[in-house]
Design a protein around this ligand. Structure first.
Ligand SMILES: Cc1cc2nc3c(=O)[nH]c(=O)nc-3n(C[C@H](O)[C@H](O)[C@H](O)COP(=O)(O)O)c2cc1C
Length: 518
């Protein structure tokens, strides 16, 4: 079982760390003449347009972001309309911006470099207004394209080792990356970005589903090759990252074991040439699960629980309990409006935010995720903060004690310059009000889940990061994901963070644009 040979995850992680020296020595440049398309376009498939009119759930955004998984005690089946809304809110085109060389079609969820390398697929039973099939979602013309006709949910049921939520889901969404679309800019580090950019999509998706009372569970335990074959992915260039079961109570699919017809569906070339990054393929293969039995065994690692114990290790620093906001002070803007308005803040105003606002963001983003690699209360990541300007908090470094709903001071001080340095010398981490770093104890994650623990740790961090994005915009604040110098971040937060690895970083605060609008 390759997944248990965890040297592979360490080799990939250590080999793709950013350091000042490595970045200086890297001769890589952006070849704009060879920039890949940000869409997967099937050359010969007819489109099946999705409804143009999308309804609002009316649910306030903060409630949707932090909602627990919807009730599963009755049958819940999405319609084509509901699926269209969820697809749009997860990966649809929400803004367009022209520039001298072309136009960028921005999407609902943040994505490194706006390169949009992740596609969504739908596998469903016969729905009220959509025949059973395997579909690709095309954001550029807001349509589905049918890759296979018929009910193929049984393939997913088997591939997921009969994961209970997959077993009775009428619909399953799948997320898959085409590596080159991101590696063009980020080279081998793009494998981390697969999970970063998948997490922001999933944060939106889970909120959109919750707002429609649709049960949704993230599943990352599956036989990789089986999913790849179902979607017709090119295993050297593409990979399925996650599934989300949607709805419940559907008739169980037939678990036929007839071999799948291979899919031969030409797609438009992404660019003139493509560069292969073997480190990406090696990490993906090393973290792949090879049989249904292995998936079942892999998931049972989760039954032990106890991953959250690290949250309780105290540094002895002063505690600042989160401030509970009054319900009637909560913003009422719907999740749909917040997602459409979301962007990444390009310039922060160096102003302070209220501790109540930070409390809401932390509280809402960390209420748990329905996922097959997490049991209630468990987490693979711990949140470390550099606070520059938050009312009622001294500037300094903190950890978020989820068990106590409090911030614990690690060291006091003005760290704007240090935060800028840790974020590759960019202005954003220096100018924002607070940076939130997600750090995982990879030793523990890999020990429990094998190399796939690396995928899990990245994904959990980025889903919480995506929720922070939404919780910031819900309160009229700004946010931006960031990249970082790995070891320098760990060192900054040590001794508390010693031995941990950075999985995700997000800056939060007031944007300059926002300020001028007020
Ligand atoms: C994980 C992650 C890391 C990011 N890192 C940076 C960064 O280092 N610097 C930056 O300016 N923007 C960064 N971004 C923001 C992206 O550039 C932005 O999401 C993308 O251009 C799409 O724009 P939008 O978020 O406004 O829709 C990051 C976004 C994510 C999700």
């Amino acid at each position: 079982m390759k997944n248990r040979e965890i040297d592979a995850a360490w080799a990939y992680h250590n080999g793709t760390k950013h350091s000042y020296q490595r970045i200086r020595a890297n001769p890589h440049y952006l070849d704009f003449d060879n920039q890949p398309l940000p869409f997967k376009i099937y050359a010969e498939l007819e489109l099946r347009a999705l409804p143009a009119h999308l309804s609002s759930s009316g649910m306030p955004s903060l409630a949707a972001i932090s909602a627990a998984d919807a009730r599963r005690d009755r049958q819940v089946t999405p319609t084509r309309q509901t699926l269209a809304e969820i697809l749009f809110l997860s990966a649809g085109v929400t803004r367009r911006r022209k520039y001298p060389g072309g136009e960028i079609l921005f999407r609902a969820a943040a994505c490194t470099g706006a390169l949009y390398h992740i596609d969504l697929y739908l596998v469903c039973a016969d729905l009220q207004d959509l025949p059973a099939g395997v579909y690709h979602f095309s954001p550029h013309d807001f349509a589905l394209r049918c890759l296979r006709q018929g009910d193929f949910r049984g393939v997913l049921t088997r591939a997921s080792g009969q994961e209970p939520s997959v077993l009775d889901a009428p619909a399953i969404l799948l997320c898959a990356s085409t590596f080159w679309r991101n590696a063009w800019k980020y080279q081998a580090r793009a494998y981390r970005h697969c999970y970063w950019d998948n997490g922001t999509i999933l944060a939106n998706l889970l909120a959109a589903a919750a707002a429609r009372a649709l049960p949704a569970k993230v599943v990352i335990g599956f036989v990789d090759a089986a999913i790849g074959a179902l979607l017709g992915l090119d295993s050297k260039r593409e990979a399925a990252l996650s599934l989300v079961s949607l709805g419940c109570g559907a008739a169980r699919p037939v678990l036929a074991s007839v071999p799948l017809e291979p899919l031969v569906l030409p797609t438009e070339p992404l660019s003139k040439t493509e560069v292969d990054y073997p480190a990406i393929r090696a990490m993906h293969e090393a973290s792949s699960l090879e049989s249904e039995d292995e998936v079942v065994q892999w998931r049972s690692a989760n039954d032990i629980g106890g991953l959250a114990q690290d949250d309780r290790s105290s540094s002895g620093g002063r505690l600042f309990p989160l401030q509970a906001p009054r319900d009637d002070d909560a913003p009422s803007e719907t999740i749909e409006d917040v997602i459409v308005r979301r962007g990444s803040t390009r310039q922060f105003a160096r102003e302070s935010i209220a501790f109540g606002q930070l409390s809401i963001m932390l509280g809402r983003a960390t209420r748990g995720i329905s996922a097959d690699f997490l049991t209630a209360g468990d987490s693979l990541n711990q949140l470390y903060l550099i606070v520059h300007a938050v009312d009622d908090l001294q500037p300094g470094a903190y950890i978020y004690r989820r068990d106590l709903h409090a911030l614990e001071l690690l060291k006091e001080g003005e760290f704007r310059r240090e935060a800028g340095d840790l974020g590759l010398g960019q202005d954003i981490p220096a100018d924002c009000s607070v940076n939130v770093y997600f750090l995982a104890d990879l030793h523990r994650a890999l020990d429990r889940f094998g190399n796939r623990g690396y995928r899990a740790a990245l994904l959990e961090a980025s889903i919480m990061g995506g929720k922070l994005y939404l919780a910031a915009y819900a309160q009229g604040l700004g946010a931006s994901g960031l990249t970082f110098f790995d070891d320098d971040v760990t060192e900054f937060f040590s001794p508390h963070a010693a031995g941990k690895s950075v999985m995700f970083l997000i800056a939060l605060g007031k944007s300059v644009k926002r300020k001028s609008q007020l």
